[in-house]
Design a protein. Sequence first.
Length: 259
Amino acid sequence: MKHSNSFFIFVFIVTILSSCIPQKEYVLLQDKSSDKKYVNPYDTLTSITDNYYLQANDYLFINVSTPDPKISEFFNQSRGVGGSNSQRNENFFYYLLDDSMNIDFPYIGKINMSSCNVRMGKDKLHEALKPFLKEYSLTFKLASNTFTALGEFRKQGVLVMQKEQITIFEAVAMAGGITPFGKQRKMKIVRQMPDGPVTYQVDLTDKNIVNSEYYYIYPNDMLYVRPMKAKQFGIGESFSIGMITTLLALFLTIQTLTK
């Protein structure tokens, strides 16, 4: 009877340890709308193209194309190394927005991009070019598409977005995924806005995030995943298997000695 009780205690301990991280903590895209207490905290889906506002130290891809190659070359020329904030890359120039939100454009001079998204910035440059050009096409894109991943990501640091818009799940994948001890239900997004940084909290395990404004990552976003208490207590990813193996060996030893 004594050995039977010991065995049941051992099984109970193993069960607790093997389930130390509940499934609901790491399974993505769960349907939580059936929960009676659930309230959808998300807004309708929006596009970052219109909602991301240009910031100081952003880089822009700009190219002016006209029927006359010489005129095109004139508007796409470098302003010189000294005071220039443009660099050539194939058919484009990288233009750096200075601390005053200005770009220094050939012949036209400084153009201020304060409170402009990409579309508004392109419209502003169009207006500046109209007095000089009748027929032309303009390419105007954001070049500095990066975000920062911190906390319980397998790959931390500043990561380059491979396209204009990436989803939050693509960003997580680019960061190598989240460790088993990352709180996926409480990821924080720190987003730079015209009036200053704003912090959001999102639940990666909730499928409603797909229809939310947080589904897409903005350039310069910082993603942070905090660790669970198990990680704070110094428990590693192999805790369950290692502990169970140790307990099994200890249990068998005790059983042998008490026979």
